[in-house]
Write a protein that binds this ligand. Sequence first.
Ligand SMILES: [Fe+2]
Ligand SMILES: [Fe+2]
Length: 294
Amino acid sequence: MSHPSLNRRGFLTLGAATAASLPMGAAAAPDAAAALTILHITDIHLRPEYDAPARCRKILRAIRQKHRDINLVLNTGDSIYAADYKNITRERVEEQWKLWDEVVVSEFKGLPMLHTVGNHDPWWAAPEGDPMRGIPYVCKRLGIAEPWGHTKQGGWEIITLENSGGSLGKPQQDWLFQKLDSLPKNAPLLIAGHLPLFSLAGDYDGGNMSGAKAVIDKLAAREAPTVALSGHIHIQSSEALWNIRFHCNGALSGSWWEPGDRKDGSYKRTPMGYALLKLWPDGRSECRYMPLPA
Ligand SMILES: [Fe+2]
Ligand SMILES: [Fe+2]
């Protein structure tokens, strides 16, 4: 399933491998101009309380002003505070998505975006058959045709997953494995989903995806560089295993816009923030977590 919403504006003309692939000690700096720059935001949890809309608007505006080289925004879900609890009303769901449109859609206007669904995004208390029920409505609000998909940019294959229910399920896993088999053997891959395939953050706090070992084995068998992005835990951790780099990034909302234990908005020592991911066409990558000022 492709991402037809991605336009060509952010595509880069990429040349041969840059001087950055020289051995350590060689006098060369990474060629930033040749990299695809992705803004990774996750767990925005937009809500009317705690002045979140105004604070979020200010943060997003500052990000755009500070990083003028962003080619693509990747949002890995929990976009709204919560629609998944039993007591959530239609009005509450509508209110949160209205804020999403007013703040996030408005501030990122003109930038291509990819989205994955978070576990708090779908309204499960809706009556059976209601058009606002479940994941299709979340996709509609996020402007994505399907909950998972594939595209490519900057020499990288990009796959988004829908694992907000805790695992992939057979139809999606079958699709994923077929897709991986069909990719050019040496093409670097970015794979993103709400729950981490693997993370120490999730190991510590709970929340890594179930059944991920089979997916990790499949990614490892490709041997091409893979970057796996996620959120959900609200704790930042990065790990490397074979050819795979895992980055579970912290939440833009930190402690859901609340002061949290440390009264600075952080969640368990991870500050509110976002990540900048650089992807070079030769498979190198760099992911920097950018904490927000308290
Ligand atoms: Fe979250
Ligand atoms: Fe989550």
